[in-house]
Write a protein that binds this ligand. Sequence first.
Ligand SMILES: [Zn+2]
Length: 137
Amino acid sequence: MAPLNDQLLAALTEKLGTDNPKMQLLSQLLAQQQLSENENGNDKRAGQVKKLAQSVQELKKQVAALKKQRSKLVEYLDFFINVNAIFASAVGACECWGGDDGCEKCRGKGKPGYYVPNQEAFQVYVQPSLKHQSAES
Ligand SMILES: [Zn+2]
């Protein structure tokens, strides 16, 4: 807009001269219009910056929540990795339960009974279950 106004003003100045009162009034009006447009532009930009800042805050909250969730999931995963290792050892199985041909420990052969069961883990996790079963039958 400003370049067009500048061109128009320059053309009129050339025709009417700078001393012409109408020319001076027009020049003032155009200058005011330009100021107003700049202020509107600044307001618009300030609004955009405010919206972006709100988005950043919202994203920061989401990232914090996701980090917390991830931390909890890692905690659960560690717990279940431990449970799996203890229970597999209780029945003499590999931690992959013989289901992974690429397993470096057993090459997919580590089903229950493949290894000598860990006696302590067997007594804690398997024996009580066997006693319960023989009581029912
Ligand atoms: Zn294995």
